[in-house]
Design a protein around this ligand. Structure first.
Ligand SMILES: [Zn+2]
Length: 504
């Protein structure tokens, strides 16, 4: 069967999107592949289609449980039953059955942490992995914006699994991060498929205002006039809640907030309601996004600037996945960068915290003791800080050069990271204030070239908002209000009744 036939039969698509076919062909040939596709470019198809050609299971390592669950759900909706996500939420019987026989699954999703478990690892080894996929592979690089130390162990894990062919996927990685991914995963003779980061259907606008009050006014104006659905990014949990309430008070309903401080159920609910168009607007921190596969987001507004270009590109990339015109607006007021700067500072552990951490470790000798889950809060460390220090600790432990040496090394590495983050922020600032085409600047940041500028490019090139204004509501949109399930049913029957009348 031709790949196109398989594509239509299994996924219902008539043709491949940019780059997909070339990537799939190399993966099926058993080559190591690094693929950078723009956000929303259909990365998952690059391993899902080969899953129907290759013998043996496809293992997909993914950084987020919600992201995995979302992918599993999508595959099941397509009728694929042989799919599982290995995580701590598995029911006991499912877990036991899976441990006994993983081979019957075509797609196995797993977090890097769960691969550390000897039981799961043994089950995977027995099953035979035909393709080792690393999703969001920039998490591997300590210079990637979502650095996850656990991802660094993936090279070893792959080796222990018998070095199956590897597909590393990312949407936003500058060349140095790509080199890091290739080295860490030990990819040999790797085929690099790097596609343009530019998304021509997203217009880019930066607007400088005089004060925070004015920023809120502008935000309300945009939300009232722009065609939704929309996403508003802020830099803190408090702001997400404050803005959502402000907008609700302005009569903008179907608005919710989303951040990492909410419990999993609440977050899932908001995500689902947004996906189903029951919500029109989400005010959120960067916790929202990965795994939100929604085609019709028409605008993304940054109420606060992100700390680096990679994050910005990833966040605006959630708009317009259906290919239709969309807009990204960043609102800036003097002093916003100070907020980012202080976030950077609080994210990194202090000298005192490092000292405490080392003193503790000197006695327990390992970052993975039984009480490990309680330790971060006992030592006053955030999860990120804990991960970072544990990573350096594990790395340095073998050098046997004493605690003092380790502490000095930790301080130096933290300092390097601070410096690196400052540089990233400076690059972001430069982008804001340079009077050059915003799109061209983004593309050149990723060492790429813009082949063609869209008509609706950016505020520097000239941009009218006319095309992004709210359209008259269609019937479907008018039905966006919340109903109880009774009302919902009544409404559906009523609609059906109307159709019948017409047919008569
Ligand atoms: Zn431009």
């Amino acid at each position: 069967m031709h790949l196109e036939q398989l594509l239509e039969k299994t996924f219902g698509y008539r043709s491949f999107r940019l780059g997909q076919k070339e990537i799939v062909e190399d993966v099926i040939k058993g080559r190591d592949v690094l693929a950078m596709l723009p956000t929303g470019g259909g990365k998952s198809l690059c391993y899902q289609l080969p899953g129907y050609v290759l013998r043996g299971s496809v293992l997909i390592v993914s950084p987020l449980v919600s992201l995995m669950e979302d992918q599993v759900q999508q595959l099941r909706t397509r009728g694929e039953k042989r799919v599982i996500a290995l995580n701590s939420f598995l029911a006991n019987d499912v877990r036991q059955a899976a441990l006994a026989d993983l081979r019957r699954f075509r797609f196995i999703y797993a977090s890097p942490e769960i691969l550390q478990s000897p039981k799961w690892f043994a089950a995977l080894k027995k099953a035979g992995v035909s393709l080792f996929v690393v999703d969001e592979a920039h998490c591997i690089s300590q210079w990637g914006h979502d650095f996850r130390p656990d991802f660094l162990k993936l090279g070893d894990i792959r080796k222990k699994l018998g070095t199956p062919p590897c597909l590393a996927l990312t949407a936003t990685a500058p060349p140095e991060v790509i080199d890091d991914i290739v080295a860490t995963l030990g990819l040999t003779n790797v085929r690099r498929h790097i596609y343009p980061v530019d998304r021509p259907n997203i217009a880019i606008k930066v607007e400088c205002v005089m004060s925070v009050e004015e920023k809120i006014e502008r935000l309300i104006h945009y939300v009232k006039t722009l065609q939704g659905p929309g996403v508003i990014y802020v830099s803190s949990r408090q702001w997400a809640e404050v803005l959502a309430r402000k907008l609700q008070a302005e009569g903008i309903d179907k608005t919710a907030y989303y951040h990492g401080g909410m419990d999993a159920e609440q977050r899932m609910l908001v995500q689902q309601q947004f996906l189903r168009d029951q919500l029109q607007l989400v005010c959120c921190t960067n916790a929202f996004g990965m795994g939100v596969n929604k085609g019709n987001i028409r605008y993304v507004i940054h109420f606060h600037m992100p700390g680096q270009m990679e994050a910005y590109v990833q966040e605006i990339g959630r708009a317009g996945r259906d290919g239709k015109n969309s807009i990204a607006i960043l609102l800036y007021t003097h002093g916003d960068e100070d907020m980012v700067q202080s976030l950077i500072e609080t994210e990194l552990p202090t000298k005192e915290q490092i000292q405490l951490f080392i003193e503790h470790m000197a006695f327990s000798h390992t970052a993975e003791s039984s009480a490990a889950q309680l330790l971060p809060s006992m030592l006053g460390l955030s999860e990120t800080q804990w991960r970072m220090l544990s990573y350096i600790f594990e790395k340095e432990r073998s050098s046997l050069r004493g605690l003092e040496h380790m502490q000095a090394n930790m301080l130096q590495m933290i300092e390097e990271r601070r410096e690196w983050k400052r540089n990233k922020l400076n690059e972001m600032r430069a982008w804001l204030f340079r009077s050059l085409c915003r799109r061209e600047q983004i593309v050149s940041y990723f060492h790429q070239r813009l082949s063609e500028k869209p008509v609706a490019c950016c505020d520097v090139c000239g941009l009218t908002l006319e095309n992004y204004r709210k359209q008259l509501q269609s019937d479907d949109e008018a039905a966006w209000t919340f109903h109880s399930w009774r009302e919902e049913l009544k409404r559906m029957f009523f609609k059906a009744g109307k159709l019948d009348e017409k047919a008569d």
